[in-house]
Write a protein that binds this ligand. Structure first.
Ligand code: G6P
Ligand code: MG
Length: 223
């Protein structure tokens, strides 16, 4: 018998729990300006959910500079961006949790449903610490052990496994196109927050529109 119930909810971090997606954008913008490469919010959409070095590769290609740097220079440029980013996230406080997100996670936890984090950011622990919400996650993906980037389902599958949850009975929440693809590739139900996420199973424009009752109903009534 397959009764529908929810075994886990797994969140992305940047752009879902806090607006660090904007800080990633600002840090890349600073680097791109220095390299003389055009960079705007539209192009930045392609970088959401994408790892640091892969993002840089896309930026360099966009500026026709794919072959302009050695591997070690590329590493230095990626570190430079990370320095800009770390500077920006120094100002993060619990006030920077996106509206309703802490309450949403607490409501899920109050039903004894495990909560996980599936972020490919190497700064994820620093961000969770600054927001003072580390204790709300039963398991956070260890980026060092993830081999395939989103849109590959590996990261969401790994978190479900650690939470002993069946992906088919679990929900993922993302703000990135590649993130929604990763969730769906794992067999989970995808909730998208933001724009350009039409392929998500349930989509809202802002975190304030996320209601646990509604998400549960949508999941339980899916075909
Ligand atoms: C998240 C963000 C990306 C970022 C990636 C790596 O997926 O959405 O914009 O590039 O993490 O972050 P890191 O902090 O390791 O550079
Ligand atoms: Mg994100």
């Amino acid at each position: 018998m397959t009764s529908k119930h929810i075994e886990a909810v797994v969140f992305d971090l940047d752009g879902v729990i806090t607006d660090t997606a904007h800080y990633h954008y600002l840090a890349w913008k600073q680097l791109a300006d220095e390299l003389g490469i055009p960079f705007d919010e539209d192009f930045n959409e392609n970088l959401k959910g994408v790892s640091r070095v892969e993002s840089l590769t896309l930026i360099l290609a966009n500026g026709n500079q794919s072959d302009a740097y050695t591997d070690s220079e590329i590493e230095d440029l990626a570190s430079q961006k990370n320095e800009y980013y770390k500077q920006l996230i120094q100002q993060l406080t619990p006030e920077d949790i996106l509206p309703g997100m802490k309450e949403l996670i607490e409501e899920i936890r109050s039903e004894s449903i495990p909560v996980g984090l599936a972020s490919v950011s190497k700064n994820a622990q620093t961000v969770l610490h600054a927001l003072e919400i580390e204790h709300l996650f039963d398991y956070c993906a260890d980026v060092a052990k993830i081999k395939q980037s989103k849109p590959d389902p590996e990261i969401f599958l790994t978190v479900c496994e650690a939470l002993e949850a069946d992906p088919a009975q679990s929900i993922g929440v993302e703000d990135a196109k590649v993130g929604v693809q990763s969730i769906q590739g794992s067999g989970m139900y995808a909730v998208g927050v933001g724009s350009y996420l039409e392929q998500a199973d349930l989509m809202v424009n802002e975190t304030t529109e996320l209601s646990w009752t509604q998400i549960k109903q949508a999941f339980l009534h899916k075909q």
